[in-house]
Design a binder for this molecule. Structure first.
Ligand SMILES: [Zn+2]
Length: 201
């Protein structure tokens, strides 16, 4: 005997695959959507359907942007300092930095961190693209804002070594961010302090 009709079961299973959502939350969300006004589930379904096809990566910094657009808003903006690049692990970290409203430079999204255990090497990240950006000139400072974790630190050191021959100034966000923490969860003031207290590596 099936406890639930297939379409509900299917939705619950799909929701359960999302990070941070267990079986209970998945069921609660599914039942909520069933009871809620039609616009709510319609809006969700349309957004999901278009998500992958309407989003691409910026060809300069690899942040998300609209599909077909060569540059993201930040790379395209003439009011952002083009000589300053903040290197982050993922697009969520760009959001975290932008929320501080204290950074006027540009970004480079690595797409992860070096992790020998998980088999992630330099070629799996946007590292050579960063070096190319720096080599093409006009960059005054690289702020390495990988998370304060073992992998984040190892990635920062690796980047500094790679950038050394170029002679560009390389800084790292100041401590004060909790070790093992995530940029994304840092409060705005902590992140702003870490940015202004960044130290040369
Ligand atoms: Zn960009």
């Amino acid at each position: 005997m099936k406890l639930l009709p297939d379409p509900i079961q299917r939705l619950i299973l799909a929701l359960e695959r999302l990070p941070g959502i267990g079986p209970k939350t998945a069921s609660r969300l599914a039942f909520y959507l069933l009871r809620a006004p039609r616009e709510i589930s319609d809006e969700l379904s349309v957004s999901l359907e278009n998500l992958k096809s309407s989003i691409g990566l910026c060809t300069v910094c690899f942040n998300f942007t609209l599909a077909g657009q060569e540059k993201c808003e930040i790379c395209a903006s003439s009011s952002r300092e083009s000589g300053l690049i903040c290197v982050v692990e993922d697009a969520m970290d760009v959001l975290a930095m932008e929320r501080t409203a204290g950074y006027q430079g540009r970004y480079h999204v690595l797409g992860g961190v070096l992790s020998p255990i998980e088999g992630i090497g330099p070629e799996d990240l946007k590292i050579h693209q960063l070096l190319e950006r720096v080599n093409s000139g006009g960059i005054m400072e690289i702020i390495i804002a990988t998370n304060p974790s073992m992998e984040g630190d190892a990635t920062a050191l690796y980047l500094r070594q790679q950038l050394e021959p170029n002679g560009v100034k390389v800084t790292r966000l100041a401590r004060g961010l909790p070790m093992g923490g995530d940029l994304e969860y840092a409060d705005q003031n902590t992140l702003l302090r870490a940015l202004s207290g960044r130290q040369e590596m």
